[in-house]
Design a protein around this ligand. Sequence first.
Ligand SMILES: C[S@@+](CC[C@H](N)C(=O)[O-])C[C@H]1O[C@@H](n2cnc3c(N)ncnc32)[C@H](O)[C@@H]1O
Length: 199
Amino acid sequence: MADQSEKTTHFGFETVTESEKAGRVQGVFGSVASRYDIMNDVMSGGIHRVWKDAMMDWLAPRSGQKLLDVAGGTGDIAYRFLKLAGQGHATVLDLTEEMLVEGRKRAEASQMVDQLDWSVGDAMALPFPDNSFDVYTISFGIRNVTRPQDALNEAFRVLRPGGRLMVQAVKLKVISLVMLFLLCWVQSRQTYLVVFMGF
Ligand SMILES: C[S@@+](CC[C@H](N)C(=O)[O-])C[C@H]1O[C@@H](n2cnc3c(N)ncnc32)[C@H](O)[C@@H]1O
């Protein structure tokens, strides 16, 4: 039961205190980490791969770019980014260490070891200096973050002027899957937001 003196938030269908939520998220993803990739394929019928590839088409990674993939789990976005960017660098940050451990075991890891960093941390308090990344992504993770606005503030802080921010999220409705891509261009500290919906 939630402590009445603390701010509350949602965790699935439950109301929990904000401080409790991070532990719950880590508990869930920590317990499924070793099966996460296969579960993702089975539960989405593989369509998450198509959406992630589409996200890369929008992002169009370029050689030398530095990516921060927040709530990056087992590295799906970071691996795709590096394959396309060639000479780029990717940092995968996630609250749940077990997810990152699984990501490091993937077949692609050995060829990209010098281009990848794995960091345990919270989207709402990133352990990186200002203006340190060209690209920030968060794919199927924003709904798990307790205060999404805090995460976006942090994204804005760590992105260099002219950097790009992309949030990928999915909302399950009774008869349709609605995919939202929020594509933000952060140019000279001005943000343009484009929303795409797919069924
Ligand atoms: C549904 S998984 C998505 C993983 C990956 N991005 C993908 O698309 O396959 C959500 C991830 O968000 C992470 N997460 C949840 N809250 C977070 C937070 N506040 N900061 C960083 N990561 C968080 C979880 O640990 C989990 O690995």
